[in-house]
Write a protein that binds this ligand. Structure first.
Ligand code: URA
Length: 520
């Protein structure tokens, strides 16, 4: 029996294939009775002459599906996705394979459970090959500008040789990526040109409307593509500079950038000479005297001496800006931003914590996370308005350890506290508080200048910067972490500690200073 010849309109006629395959399946036409042809791959002459018209043409008797056959075509959604891509493959047998798979999906129950079936395996290979080709085209198209007549927008043209029929499928990517550029891509099979809409065009009507004009044309030859230009020389210089000889892995490179694409990649001409020098350059790099790592950010301006800072508010802002760029310890490199202090100038109390936490780091403000909320509760109980005080930290950048996507707080080391001392000292000089509350050991050490055992010295007044009193107490996060059974008593004890500073809030500081409970 002669096979039915099905003619598709183009190499990538997915709607046509879908329509024809449905009809054939409904007519119970088995795959080995069908020959698929496209304009680029006509069926053999012999069949052309003898073939009865396609069922879609209407004259072939159709066998409607009876009781034993499927009455509605239901296939897994993954099969449709597979077909959409496999249709783009260059193998002339792709439509026959897809129809055979469709037929077997409907008629062979076991096929869905057999991932090693040869038809399924072949379709999968074809899918992967098309996906790879799409990816490579996105990565390896290189536009070069071509001269345009006076008054015409500049045009950039690229030459590419895809393995499969992927140009139409990949064009939306280039339209999105280079929307404002006038460009054309030439391939042996077809060419495509994008002309962006003029800047003053009316807004687009409808969701699918394109912000420009897309035009497909016939295939081209490599000679029609432009030759290298000056911009390319710049690109090659850049490529040679970023090439790291110590990390050269030719096999990986050839995998990522297969040799068949090299002919159209300007930078590929550099690979052989750069690779030839790689070993010698690496030896030289290893033997070279280590250089100080370059800063990611510009070096900060030198700090002004404290006594030259006359406008405290402006000086504090400048100080915070400078601290943001501080790299005297490694913390600044990883934190989102500096978290400087905030609050009233010349306040009765400056409350000093350890370092900003995760939420403070994101907000750029001290004590806005869980510890800050507990501190706020204490301030409320004590009747201390937060904005009448000044809140800050001994360390100005967040130190953390990444666990998965979570940033877990890490206590700052002594080196980091010391590196930050300059910021705290200047901040104190500008803010001019009457007394300090050291919240936890890091703050106590930064203010008092020695290690302070907080549990034994809590509730005591020690001497801090400029001889001012420093009240020692726990950090609020110690209460958050503490034994839940002792939560209430720990809370009361903490409030008792803090209440010792109430006289500063009430303006009775003279008395407090003259009668510290310990250490002078
Ligand atoms: N812990 C601190 O020490 N400071 C903050 O700003 C927040 C939490």
């Amino acid at each position: 029996m002669s096979p039915r010849v099905i003619t598709l309109e183009s190499e990538i006629d997915w709607p046509g294939f879908r329509r024809e395959a449905r009809t054939l399946l409904a007519s119970l036409v088995p795959p080995d009775e069908v020959v698929w042809q496209t304009p680029g791959h006509p069926a053999p002459e012999l069949w052309q002459a003898e073939a009865p018209p396609s069922p879609v043409a209407g004259s072939a008797p159709m066998r409607r599906l009876g009781g034993s056959g499927p009455s509605r075509l239901v296939v897994p959604p993954a099969f449709i996705t597979l077909c959409e891509k496999v249709v783009l493959h260059q193998d002339p047998q792709r439509f026959a394979l897809l129809y055979r798979l469709l037929w077997r999906l409907v008629h062979e129950r076991g096929l869905r459970q057999d991932p090693l079936d040869p038809d399924r395996l072949r379709a999968r290979q074809m899918l992967q090959s098309v996906r790879r080709d799409l990816h490579k085209m996105k990565a390896f198209v290189r536009f070069r500008p071509v001269g345009q007549p006076e008054g015409e927008p500049p045009l950039s043209v690229a030459w590419f040789e895809p393995e499969h029929h992927i140009v139409e499928a990949v064009v939306p990517f280039f339209v999105r990526r280079f929307t404002q550029m006038h460009w054309a891509i030439l391939t042996p099979e077809c060419s495509v040109r994008w002309m962006p809409a003029p800047a003053n065009s009316p807004p687009l009507a409808g969701e699918d409307a394109l912000p420009g004009e897309l035009e497909f044309g016939p295939g081209a030859s490599k000679e029609q593509a432009p030759a290298p230009d000056q911009g390319e020389a710049l690109w090659l210089t850049y490529y040679a500079h970023i090439f790291n000889p110590a990390r050269l892995k030719l096999s990986m490179m050839a995998k990522e950038m297969p040799r068949k694409y090299w002919a159209n990649l300007p930078e590929a001409q550099l690979i052989a000479p750069l690779a030839a020098q790689a070993s010698e350059r690496t030896t030289r790099m290893v033997q070279a005297v280590p250089a100080a790592p370059r800063r990611r950010i510009p070096a900060r301006a030198p700090l002004p001496p404290v006594d030259s800072m006359h406008d405290p508010e402006a000086s504090l802002a400048a100080l915070a800006k400078s601290a943001d760029r501080c790299r005297d310890c490694p913390l600044g490199e990883h934190a989102t931003q500096v978290v400087f202090g905030e609050g009233a100038l010349q306040p009765p109390l400056m409350l000093v914590g350890e370092q900003p936490g995760d939420q403070e780091d994101l907000a750029g403000q001290p004590f806005v996370g869980p510890a800050g909320r507990l501190l706020d509760r204490a301030l409320q109980e004590l009747g201390w308005p937060r904005d009448a005080l000044y809140l800050t930290n001994a360390v100005k950048h967040f130190k953390f350890e990444l666990r998965g996507t979570r940033r877990i707080h890490k206590s700052p080391g002594q080196r980091e506290v010391l590196a930050c001392q300059q910021w705290l000292e200047r901040e104190v000089a500008l803010v001019r508080p009457k007394a300090f509350v050291a919240l936890g050991a890091t703050a106590a050490r930064a203010l008092v200048g020695r290690a302070v055992p907080v549990m034994s010295e809590r509730g005591q007044w020690l001497t801090g910067p400029a001889g001012l009193p420093v009240l020692i107490t726990l950090h609020p996060s110690a209460l958050l972490r503490g034994d839940p059974a002792e939560k209430d008593s720990a809370w009361r004890a903490w409030l008792d500690d803090l209440a010792l500073a109430s006289r500063y809030i009430r303006g009775e500081e003279e008395g407090a200073l003259s009668q510290p409970r310990a250490e002078a």
